[in-house]
Design a protein around this ligand. Structure first.
Ligand SMILES: C[S@@+](CC[C@H](N)C(=O)[O-])C[C@H]1O[C@@H](n2cnc3c(N)ncnc32)[C@H](O)[C@@H]1O
Length: 196
């Protein structure tokens, strides 16, 4: 299946210009990965699966004007969301040098003027409160909320890509949160919303 078919199957609607950029991203990451070992996704097809996982929340979230992605690694989900949402200003927080080099290279190659890479741990990022904070496979929900407390406020929404532990993790969070858990295969998307 090509990327367009993967996206169609999940109801993720994107322009052909954006799909071309996502394909280019997959091919760049696949090339770099042969040498620098940036991700466990070892083929273009495996990268497509991660792209679809990153983008599926576009079918249910309110699109933010500003987004912080914590621990972007080789690009999931932050860089992929930035490609798909050129009107969102996206900050990628990633301390690991070789991953930072790839993220910066890809952002320039793909002409992503909406992306800034912060080559540091998220607790050192200084910025006004973000509309949305995302993270996949970095740490538990409570710690993510703590580490991002200085770059969030009562209007900030969170989108955490989780597995089965999400149900225990949400019990560990003391605050009264309004949230949805959207389940898709093994993935649980934890979408913490602001008060209405
Ligand atoms: C398992 S990888 C996941 C990468 C990517 N999010 C994904 O799902 O493919 C975790 C990443 O989080 C980064 N990381 C760990 N602690 C962090 C912190 N405090 N702030 C920002 N990034 C962090 C690591 O350098 C690593 O690249």
């Amino acid at each position: 299946m090509n990327l367009s078919q993967h996206l169609d199957k999940e109801g993720i609607l994107l322009s052909s210009e954006i799909i071309v950029k996502l394909e280019r991203f997959a091919s760049l990451l696949n090339e770099w990965n042969q040498i620098h070992n940036l991700t466990g996704a070892k083929s273009v097809d495996a990268i497509y699966v991660n792209i679809v996982d990153s983008l599926y929340p576009l079918t249910f979230i309110k699109k933010p004007k500003t987004l912080l992605d914590v621990g972007t690694g080789a690009g999931f989900p932050g860089l992929v969301l930035a490609i798909a949402q050129p009107d969102t200003k996206v900050v990628l927080s990633e301390p690991l040098k070789k991953r930072v080099s790839f993220l910066k290279y890809a952002a320039i190659d793909l002409g992503l003027s909406n992306v800034t890479v912060e080559a540091k741990r998220v607790e050192s990022v200084e910025h006004d409160a973000f509309d949305m904070i995302s993270s996949r496979a970095v740490t538990n929900t409570k710690l993510l909320l703590d580490l991002t407390s200085k770059v969030s406020d009562t209007h900030t929404e969170y989108l955490f890509y989780k597995g089965s532990r999400v149900f225990d993790e949400i019990e560990d969070v003391q605050h009264q949160l309004r949230y949805d858990i959207v389940q898709k295969n093994q993935r649980n998307y934890l979408y913490i919303k602001t008060e209405e």
